[in-house]
Design a binder for this molecule. Structure first.
Ligand code: SAM
Length: 246
């Protein structure tokens, strides 16, 4: 049985005590605990391969009500996150974690991809993930961060799920987190293309048979088939990736 290493401290919830650290500034720290209780990331936390620490934004809010948002200058719908609480949270976390990379989560940022995830994992520097809420954040927050990242061309209600996506994507690339690290090279985007088709038992399902080559036991033939399938699939489904590779 693996021992659980979750605990809480004054600055927020701290899960695990691993090599790669993720610090999330958020109004909803409780969202993270349930998400990362199980699966590969849950095990990585238990084995102290990664650390996830949430830093609640609310205590940095202003006045008796710990206000973190306000109406937009110039009018318009919704509320905007104020710069002062975010600045205080970002600076507090940064001063306790030298070398941390400050990342603002926004649909207007550079779109996250697998090679960025690999770079973060290889560098191993702690990541600060700043989750927005409401209609958006005061533009001046942008001057306080190193990078702006989006997880795709759509709009979420908050940055928490985007932070989870980044933690999951980078976390599984940390050495020792995946049982079989070879799978990282073979899976989609690992070598710049999509993965080949996979099959397991039964040999036949509703008339659909497993390709004969996979049952042949001839590893050279299997390898060649898989490479050809991956190429074909990438060219068909993601011509943009195929073009980047050639
Ligand atoms: N009004 C903003 C705009 O149009 O750019 C969107 C605000 S969104 C409702 C609230 C927060 O969700 C953002 O501040 C950001 O932190 C997060 N968010 C929304 N979509 C995202 C995406 N695709 N990637 C990363 N974060 C996102």
């Amino acid at each position: 049985m693996l021992k659980r290493v979750w605990w809480k401290d004054d600055a927020g919830n701290r899960f695990g005590a691993g090599l790669m650290e993720f610090h999330v500034i958020t109004l909803f720290p409780e969202m993270f605990e349930s998400t990362f209780r199980g699966g590969i990331i849950g095990r990585a936390l238990e084995q102290a391969k990664i650390t996830i620490r949430t830093h609640p934004l609310r205590p940095f809010g202003l006045g008796n009500y710990k206000q973190v948002d306000d109406t937009p200058y110039g009018g318009g719908s919704g509320m905007v996150m104020r710069v002062e609480p975010l600045a205080a949270a970002i600076e507090t976390v940064a001063s306790a974690n030298p070398g941390i990379r400050k990342i603002l989560l926004t649909p207007q940022g550079e779109v996250m991809n697998q090679s960025m995830a690999r770079e973060f994992a290889n560098r191993g520097a702690p990541l600060m993930l700043i989750a927005g809420r409401y209609e958006g954040i005061d533009e001046r927050v942008r001057s306080l961060v190193d990078q702006e990242l989006s997880i795709g061309d759509y709009v979420l209600s908050g940055g928490e799920i985007a932070a989870m996506v980044i933690i999951e994507t980078v976390g599984r690339l940390i050495p020792g987190v995946l049982g079989n690290p070879d799978s990282l090279n073979e899976e989609s985007f690992g070598s710049g293309s999509l993965e080949y088709p996979q099959y397991t038992r039964p040999e036949e399902f509703r008339g659909m048979r497993v390709p004969e080559v996979l049952l042949s036991g001839n590893h050279a033939r299997i390898q060649k088939w898989r490479e050809a399938q991956a190429r074909e699939r990438t060219a068909h489904r993601r011509p943009d990736l195929a073009e980047r590779k050639s």
